[in-house]
Ligand binder design. Sequence first.
Ligand code: 5GP
Length: 121
Amino acid sequence: MTEATIFDKIINREIPATVIYEDDDVLAFNDINPQAPIHFLVIPKVQIRTANDINNDNAELVGKLYVAAAKIADEMGFADNGFRCVMNCNPDGGQTVYHIHLHVLAGKALGWPPYQETLKK
Ligand code: 5GP
C-alpha cells in the first residue's frame, strides 16, 4: 500500500486547488508556490511515486501528462511562445511530493540551466 500524499487530497477535493484541467486519467492545477508567471502541475489520478517507477505498464498514462500539458498550453495561449516541463525525482532531483507530477512553467523566457549552484571541478 503506497502512502497517500497531499495530491490525493487535491484529487479527492479534500483540500482546495485551482484546477485548470481534468479528464478520466489526469488532473492539472496551479502550483501553490509558483516559480514562473504560469506554473501548474499535471498529475496522474493514480499514484506513481517517482520517475523511477515509470515502466511499460504505466507509460501510456505518463504520456497523457504531456498530452494534457500540450492541450492546456494551446488553450491558454502560450504554446507558441513555449514552456518547460520538469519532473523532479527523489531528494537530489528536488522532489518533495511522492506522486509524480509534471511541472509546467511558462509566461516568460526561462533561464537555463535551472539550478543555481556552481559545479565543483
Ligand atoms: P516537487 O518539489 O515534488 O517537484 O514539487 C512539488 C510541488 O507541489 C511544489 O512546487 C509545491 O509548491 C507544490 N505543492 C505542494 N503542496 C501543494 C498544495 O497543497 N497545493 C498546490 N497547489 N501545490 C502544492
